[in-house]
Design a protein around this ligand. Structure first.
Ligand SMILES: NC(=O)c1ccc[n+]([C@@H]2O[C@H](COP(=O)([O-])OP(=O)(O)OC[C@H]3O[C@@H](n4cnc5c(N)ncnc54)[C@H](O)[C@@H]3O)[C@@H](O)[C@H]2O)c1
Ligand SMILES: [Zn+2]
Ligand SMILES: [Zn+2]
Length: 350
C-alpha cells in the first residue's frame, strides 16, 4: 500500500450539461472492510457512459454530480480490506458493477443484480475512469483461463449480451438482434456460439457495424433500407423470431422488435431509452402473447459462469469487437469515437 501515491487524476462528471466531465484530482480511495483496492488496467466505454456524457433525463436521475464514472473495468489487486481472504495481492480481476447487500428478498431469491438496496459502481458511486478504485471483494471476479487480462473489461458488456439472450431460447432458435453497438455485436457472436439456428442482425445505418455483424456470424443483416418486420417474417416462414433482443434504445427498433417476434415468443430488452416513454404497440404484445422481459446487468453468478465457459472455449471473437484502444488521458476522444459509432468497443488503457 505504501507504494501507492496519495492522489490520482480521474474523469469526473462535474457539471449538469452535455459533456460536463473534468480530469481532476481525487484522493486514492481506501478499502473498507470486505473490499479490495484495484489498480485499473483498462476501462471500456459503455453506451451508458454515452447517456451520462449527453446528460439525458435518465442519467440526470441516476448519477450524482462529482462522480468518477466508468464501470466496465479490470485491474490488479493492490490492497485488501479487513477480513478479505478470497483474493490475493497481485491477482488480476474484472468487475461486476452491480453491488448488492446479499440480504434482501431479491438477493435471497437469486436476483442480486436487482438488489433492493443495490448501487451501481461508476454510476451511483465512484467507478473506474481513474487509476484506482475500491470494490467489495466478491464483485472482483477472477479472470478465466486463457483470457488476455487486457481484454477482461469487456466481460461486463459481453455478460449483458449473454444475460439478454438467455431471457429466451438460444440453442436451435431463431434470434433477432436489434442494435449493433458493442453489446449487440457481442450478442450476435454469443448467439452463434450458443447454437442459434439463425441470427438476424439489425442496425439503422451503421454500415461499419453491419459488416462486423456479418463477420461475427450473422446469417442476415438488415438496416434502414429494408422493411425490417417484413424481412424477418419472410425469412422465418411468416412466424417471426423465437428470441428477439433489443439493444438500440430506438423507439422504432422497439416497435419493429415487437412486431417481428413470433406468437408466444420472447422479447428481451436491455436498452436504456433516452425518452423513457417511447410509443409501444401494446396490442401486438397482448395478442402475440409475448414474454416481455427487461434485462438489467448480469445474473450473479450464472451469467458469469456461462460467459467463462464461452471464453475458455475461445468462442467469442473479442479482438474483432475491440476496435480501438486509447490512453485514459484521451477519454474525450474515446467518447467522441464511441458517440460517432465508427467503432466496436473502445477501451481506455492506464
Ligand atoms: N440494462 C442494462 O443493464 C444495460 C447495461 C449496459 C448498456 N445498456 C444499454 O444497452 C444499449 C446498448 O448499448 P451499446 O453500448 O451496445 O449501444 P450503442 O449506443 O453503442 O449502440 C446502439 C446501436 O443501435 C443502432 N440503432 C439506432 N437506431 C436503430 C434502429 N432504429 N434499429 C436498429 N438499430 C438502431 C445504432 O446505430 C447503434 O449501432 C444502450 O442503450 C445502453 O445504454 C443497458
Ligand atoms: Zn456497461
Ligand atoms: Zn439485496
Amino acid at each position: 500500500m505504501s507504494e501507492e501515491p496519495a492522489t490520482m487524476k480521474a474523469w469526473t462528471k462535474v457539471r449538469a450539461e452535455q459533456n460536463g466531465f473534468e480530469y481532476i484530482d481525487h484522493p486514492i480511495p481506501k478499502c473498507k472492510s470486505g473490499e479490495v483496492l484495484v489498480k485499473t488496467s483498462s476501462t471500456s466505454i459503455c453506451g451508458t457512459d454515452i447517456h451520462i456524457w449527453k446528460w439525458d433525463e435518465w442519467s440526470e436521475n441516476e448519477v450524482p454530480l462529482g462522480t468518477i464514472t466508468g464501470h466496465e473495468t479490470c485491474g490488479e489487486i493492490v490492497g485488501l480490506g479487513e477480513g478479505v481472504t478470497s483474493h490475493k495481492i497481485g491477482e488480476m480481476v474484472a468487475i461486476e458493477c452491480h453491488l448488492a447487500d446479499w440480504t434482501c428478498p431479491r438477493c435471497l431469491e437469486g436476483n442480486a443484480h436487482i438488489c433492493e438496496n443495490g448501487t451501481i459502481f461508476g454510476l451511483n458511486i465512484d467507478g473506474a475512469f481513474g487509476p484506482y478504485f475500491t470494490i467489495p471483494a466478491q464483485n472482483a471476479r477472477q479472470i478465466p483461463t486463457g483470457l488476455d487480462p487486457g481484454h477482461a473489461s469487456i466481460q461486463d458488456p459481453l455478460g449483458n449480451a449473454i444475460h439478454t439472450l438467455t431471457g429466451g431460447p438460444v440453442n436451435g432458435a431463431t434470434v433477432a438482434i436489434h442494435g449493433l453497438g458493442p453489446i449487440g455485436l457481442f450478442a450476435v457472436n454469443a448467439a452463434k456460439a450458443m447454437g442459434a439456428s439463425m441470427v438476424i442482425a439489425i442496425d439503422w445505418d451503421n454500415r461499419y457495424r453491419m459488416e462486423m455483424a456479418r463477420e461475427l456470424g450473422a446469417d442476415l443483416v438488415l438496416g434502414k433500407d429494408d422493411d425490417v418486420v417484413a424481412r424477418i417474417l419472410e425469412i422465418t416462414d411468416g412466424r417471426g423470431a423465437d428470441n428477439t433482443c433489443e439493444f438500440s434504445g430506438s423507439p422504432s427498433a422497439l416497435s419493429n422488435a415487437i412486431k417481428s417476434t413470433r406468437m408466444g415468443g420472447f422479447l428481451n430488452i436491455l436498452s436504456v431509452y433516452a425518452n423513457p416513454t417511447p410509443p409501444v404497440p401494446m396490442n401486438e404484445i397482448v395478442f402475440r402473447y409475448l414474454h416481455l422481459k427487461g434485462i438489467n446487468g448480469r445474473k450473479m453468478w450464472s451469467t458469469w459462469d456461462l460467459m467463462h465457459e464461452l471464453l475458455e472455449a475461445g468462442a467469442i471473437d473479442i479482438e474483432r469487437i475491440i476496435t480501438h484502444r486509447l490512453p485514459i488521458e484521451q477519454f474525450q476522444q474515446g467518447m467522441d469515437l464511441a458517440r460517432s459509432g465508427d467503432c466496436g468497443k473502445v477501451v481506455l488503457d492506464f
